[in-house]
Ligand binder design. Sequence first.
Ligand code: MN
Length: 331
Amino acid sequence: MRSFANRFVPKFIQSFVENPSVYLIMKDISPFTLHQLGQMWIKYQQATREISNLAILYKINSHNFKNLLIVGDTHGDLNSTLRIVQPFFDGKVDSLLFLGDYVDRGEQSYLNFFFLVCLSIIWPDRVILLRGNHEDLELNLMFGFYKELQNYFPVNKELQTVLAIINAIYNLMPLVAITPKNSVCMHAGIPKSIPPLELIEQIPKPHVGYRLITDKKLKKELHDAFIQVRWNDPIVTSIKLKDERSYHGHFYYTHEEVQQFLKLNNQKRIIRSHEDSRGGYQEVFSNVLYHVFSSEPYFGQIKKAFTINEEKNGDITLRDLDFNIELKLKG
Ligand SMILES: [Mn+2]
């Protein structure tokens, strides 16, 4: 079992992380008080501050890098999450990178979300949580998380406090991570403008700070990038659909655009999640765009879910949720 870091972590966070499945049976009773949730937000804020650049574009430190596990959408499925994090606790991987969408659709969004936030508080440089399109209160109203929270917090005033805490955490999450083997990881994909990574780095932190940007053109570019890295989908076609809207009402990007983006930013590949219709894994564009989804089973759409493992020696493997090797992608 991975030991807790020396830094001060409240006891309730430690006991939750040590035995999260105990809480799975408490459907309508929150394992945390409002005060504890507030403490989690403060601790998360401190943890993100400790690490440079964590809020927007996180470069995984190649100095300490050994073995990284990249995880797709888990959507309120704590059972899948608990299988996925096991090799981290067993010391088989030393870092976890989650691509977003921790809440909605599944039945345990509340526990799934705070379990991951707690891991990130304890190991801020080893457990990285990117923001997906479902880390958004408006979406949570429609896709289940809000309703689940109402069960835990039936008193409206309390519910509003909890929502404010959750929103504050959403607004601090990084949007893109770069691995030591030059994989650009983000929830959905590249913005329509095919920006340099330096532009993405300028997205305000917390993500609500756009009003402070006076340059109107820049403000729009940054806001578009903030939305589109969490929404845009790849499209397999030779026809360039530059202005075509995707299924989700955002934009498509092509194989050619992925190559352009990688060349511009001197990176090797993109790893993303977001679309359950692509199943647990897909090599969307040969060698340059990999899709991974990590919640199982997922409304009959995904029978088998996967994660991607990047190792120091350059091996990149596709693994199932119990860390068994399915396929060698590179190495
Ligand atoms: Mn998504």
